[in-house]
Structure formats: C-alpha cells, structure tokens
Design a protein around this ligand. Sequence first.
Ligand code: NAD
Length: 495
Amino acid sequence: MNKIKNYINGNITCDSTDYLDVIDPSKGEKISEVVLSNKKDFDNAVKSSFESQLKWANITPLKRSRIMSNYKTLIEENINDLAKIVSLEHGKTLDDAKGSVTRGLEVVEFACGIPHLLKGEFSQNVGSNIDSFSIRQPLGICAGITPFNFPAMVPMWMYPISIACGNSFILKPSEKDPSCAIKLAELFTEAGLPDGVFNVINGDKQIVDKILNSNIISSVSFVGSTPVAKYIYETASKNMKRVQALGGAKNHLVVMPDANIDQAVDGIIGAAYGSAGERCMAVSVAVAVGDIADTLVNKINNKAQTLKVAPWTDLSSEMGPLISKEHLDKVKNYIEVGIQEGAKLVLDGRDLKIQGYENGFFVGPTLFDNVTEKMKIYNEEIFGPVLSIVRVKNYEDALKLVNDHPFGNGTSIYTSDGEVSRNFTTNSKIGMVGVNVPIPVPMAFHSFGGWKQSLFGDYAMHGTEGINFYTKLKTITTRWPKSIQSGPEFVMPTN
Ligand code: NAD
C-alpha cells in the first residue's frame, strides 16, 4: 500500500507511524495511506523552514523569479500527471482537474513578476534634503492550511506568492487528497528552489493546532469551511499571527426577467453541478425574478437530467462523485430535510447508481423549487450538486436576499439592463460579483476573497492583496550629515 509521507527539507520523510486511509471516491476503495505527522515531524519542518528562509530572503527577487519561471515550465510539462493525481483522489473530471491546475499555474506566472511587484515608493525632498522610501520585506515562515476541493489550485493561491516574496512556506494539505502537494513540492525542488523553502506536512487538526500555536510561524493562510475558518482566525490572531481565513459559501445567481434565459440556464447548470457542487464559488441558489421562474425551472430541470455523471476515467464525464461516504450521507440528508421543510423536489439525484462503481460516492443533480429564506437548505452550505430556486417578485427583493445571507463569497446577475447591473455590482454585499458570468473567480493578478462569513481577516488571496499579506511594509526616511546642520527640534516639522 502506497504511504504518503511529508516533504521536508527536500526529502520524502516522516517520523510518525500513524496513518489515515485515503479513499478513491469513484470506487469507495482505499488507495493509499497518509501520515498523521507528530511533534518531531512538525519540529523538523519548522527548523528547516527557519534555516532556509534566512538565506532565501537574501537571494535577489530576480533570481527568485527565474526559479519561479523554471517551476512554471515544469508544471506545464507535468500538468497531465498533476491532473490525474487530483482526479484520482478528489474524483472530479480530468478536464476540470486540469483547469484547476491551470488556475494555480497562473498564480506562479503572476509570481514570476516579483521584482516588479515588490517595488516600493520613493519621494525626494519630503523635507529639505530629506528623502523617504518604502520597501516590503518578507514575514519569515508562512503556513497554509488547505481544503480537499482544490488540492492544487488553493495551495497555489498561497505558496508561490509567499515564496516569491522571500518567505519560506509550510503547507498542510487536506488529508483527503494529499498527493498533489507532494508532487508540486518535488517539482519546485527540480526547478531550483533551495531545500526547506517549501515544506509539506501532512496530518489533521493536531498539526493545524501546532501551526496555530507555534511562536516562530508568522502568518497563517487558511481555506476551508466557515466553522474551521473562524477557529483558525481566532486562535492564530490570539497568537499574534497575520491571518487570512477563507470560509464557506452560498452563492446566489439572480435571473432577471430580461435576461438571455438560455445563457443563464447554461451558466447555472455548469456552476451548480460542475465538480459535483464542491466548489466554494458553486451556485447553490438561483433567484428567479418575476414571471421568469416557471420557464427557468423547466429549462434547468430538462438540462440537468442530461448531465453525464461518471468517474473521471470516463472522459465524457461531466460530473464525478462527492469526496467521501460521510459527505455523501450529509448531502442526502440535506435533500431529505428540504423535502420535510416543504421545498418542491423537482429532480432527485439520490438513487443514482453507476455500473461497476456501486460503492462510489455518487449523487446525481438535484433541484429544489419554492425554497424560502427560513429553510435550512437555504441557509446552510450543502457543498453538493443540490440547487435551490427561490422565487422573488422584483429586483429589490432579490438584492435583499443576496445581502441578508450570512455568506458573502460570490454572486452573479443575468440581465440585459445596464442600470440594474450597475446597481447590483455597487450594492451587493459580496466579495466577488459577476454580470452575465456565472462564476466570477478573479484571475491571479486580481485578488480572490469573499465578505461576511466567507472570509475572516483583512486580506484576500493572490494579486496585490497576496503581496501585501506576505510582506511587511517599512518606510525609511533619510538625511545625510553634510546636508544641513540644525539644532534640536522640539516642534513637529512643517517642511
Ligand atoms: P475543512 O474546513 O473541513 O478542512 C480544511 C482544512 O482544515 C483541512 O486541511 C483540514 O485538515 C483542516 N481541519 C479540518 N477540521 C479542522 C479542525 N477542527 N481544526 C483545525 N483544522 C481542521 O474544509 P473541507 O471540507 O476540506 O473543504 C470544503 C470547505 O472549504 C467548504 O466549506 C468550501 O466552501 C470551503 N472552501 C472555501 C473556499 C474559499 O475560497 N472561500 C475555497 C475552497 C473551499
């Protein structure tokens, strides 16, 4: 049985003998074991991160950028292997896995520009013969804790930028699909990254708690569910770390009566059921405004029934399984709860069986109509292929619905009215907003982050926010002795 260990100081290694099963979600079978690291593993990771960072920070940004550029090439060359690792352990379709690695690769590409991105500001003569400039310096050791649903992309939102800024980085991937992180670390070494600058440590809450309580780790980047994000934010902040903790979501897509309905339906189908709804930017609520509702529900229902649900090895698959048996049971339970709450179950995915994959964690596309604000299936994140339709009378009610929801990750509106669109982008209390775009995920050179219960902390991921998160600002004011001789000053200088 394949044993997945840690990647510390350029070596595959671990001290702990405690392992957890890794399951292939398409078959429901154990495929490998991942180590649950112990204190010694953690201490080794921290020691190597500390020692390597001191040297790494002194390497010029241009040289760091060249290593990053080699890394980009290696990821491109290995993209098919990386995607297969993601699909095997996560279950998502191969094309989708490849797309997700590409979105991570774009952050590496962004980080190649680090000499430019780290440029500070300079002002000559802020006072007589006095100049002032600002620089951004690395934090030291940064850590990242990541979720199962994007085992390549989400870690790559973090470590390429952190490392390009001169930090070392310790990644704690999800224990459900840990192999991709090890492969990404090996490729980074091959690209020329000095040993210890990027370490991967596997494990569960125990390792996370060691990260949160370490007095040598400077920052924590987290992506995962809201209750854990809250815990990470509170604990790491109490321990004086810089924290960005991204949580769960309940993304609404508003369909106005003047929308191009077929475009909206296509957008909804991909965004609600792609990756089996296990995306933080998945659309889980479609808000039907005015008299468009009946047509919208019929069209979504018809199209959802044609989706091909199959394992990733079937290249025509459009939707794979959920991540675990436990999660499958949870999603099925939400469907039962929705029925009991009085929502109308238009399409039920619970009885789906795939020949040869009867033990896989599959559930088909599911559609509820007449969902209301009071229902549990409306308020909670289901994280599966379950779409709720909420019917509202007008635009104002739709906006209120979006804004009253505790989550604030993404939202979108389909309309052909520029004024409504502008009102929505201005007044929605959500971090990422789309107009006639179902999943408005920002590119690497912009920043990714939600509002409200979807992000705790002041910084979003990647883009300029990423550079600012992984560096400290220093402003330096200089005057040279021969310039002007003045006596002591007791009042604030006024230039
Ligand atoms: P999760 O919160 O269960 O786990 C995330 C990470 O935290 C894992 O590495 C896990 O080992 C660790 N962890 C789990 N429980 C912990 C605990 N009690 N204490 C300390 N650490 C703990 O999330 P998941 O199930 O892996 O991922 C799905 C969730 O992630 C969904 O809620 C989804 O919306 C969210 N997500 C959010 C974004 C975003 O950008 N906002 C992106 C991707 C996923």
